[in-house]
Design a protein around this ligand. Sequence first.
Ligand SMILES: Nc1ncnc2c1ncn2[C@@H]1O[C@H](COP(=O)(O)OP(=O)(O)OP(=O)(O)O)[C@@H](O)[C@H]1O
Ligand SMILES: [Mg+2]
Length: 320
Amino acid sequence: MTKSDNVIVVKGLKKSYGQNEVLKGVNFTVKRGSMLALLGPNGAGKTTTVRILSTLLAYDSGSVQVEDYDAHQEADKVRRVIGLTGQSAAVDELLTGRENLVMMGQLYRLTKNSAAARAQELLEEFDLVDAADRPAKTYSGGMRRRLDLAVSLIASPPIIFLDEPTTGLDPRSRIAMWDIIKSLMAGGTTILLTTQYLEEADQLADQIVVIDGGKVIAEGTAKELKSKVGKDRLELLFKAEKHYTAACELLSKAIVDSNDKEHSLTLIINDTNKDVKDVLEKLSDKNIPVESIVVHKPTLDDVFLSLTGKQTQTAKVEEQ
Ligand SMILES: Nc1ncnc2c1ncn2[C@@H]1O[C@H](COP(=O)(O)OP(=O)(O)OP(=O)(O)O)[C@@H](O)[C@H]1O
Ligand SMILES: [Mg+2]
């Protein structure tokens, strides 16, 4: 039997805790070898979804298939093909990094020797060799997240769930984690990642599903989601006040924002190449020199804000 292209298929997934309906009919699919980012604010239902998919939690109705196995009826088979890095650390604090890895390897029925060999491989890959024989309680937050991910990869699963793998990491550790995740993707692993960081979804995911209040409120590629919410904005900056004032008069109709102190104004543009050229020509015809121009593309932050009405934590990560 050939394996289907859709590795994860979630249909009409519902889950309540008492009166609290946490998932209200969630649908999505994840294609083989791709990454889907589940994006949503606190309490949206991300962890609940991941816990159901990884068979740790029962659901009320709908269906969840992982690699054609039913997450409820065939939980054992699902467990054999997945790895999970949960939102809260699952490593044993008293054991060393290496011991954690070997122990998990043996739980997955690797022999002692192959567990040790795989542990060494992962310690090297995750830059944990120097700390390998220290108890995990002495690790920094970033090292702990790396160990967490390494532990979930011990049995080389083809599907991996990452629940907020970079929350709380500093920008450098976040980029290091992204590199590790990218190398997993390059190796063909299918990944479902949850995050509150839009930039993370933007950088890594093939497909984004935005959930809020237990419902899917939007989905698509980062580009598709961005193009839904807004148009490009052109920001012009002028050195002299008289040039700024003249530009305000000349372009008055199109201006959506202006700052008298900074001598800057913002226009909404439809056809970026043509409109930027037209505006600059207009200014040049009137001998109005421009100090700088910037085109702002809509960001996923704009998408999120317009969809959920909520501001998110934005990961301020330096350009790679
Ligand atoms: N064991 C539980 N018992 C009762 N309610 C729960 C339980 N676990 C989660 N919830 C509730 O379910 C809702 C969704 O929680 P979930 O942990 O899935 O959100 P999340 O999207 O992962 O949020 P965060 O970004 O904060 O991790 C929340 O309202 C939460 O209070
Ligand atoms: Mg969560």
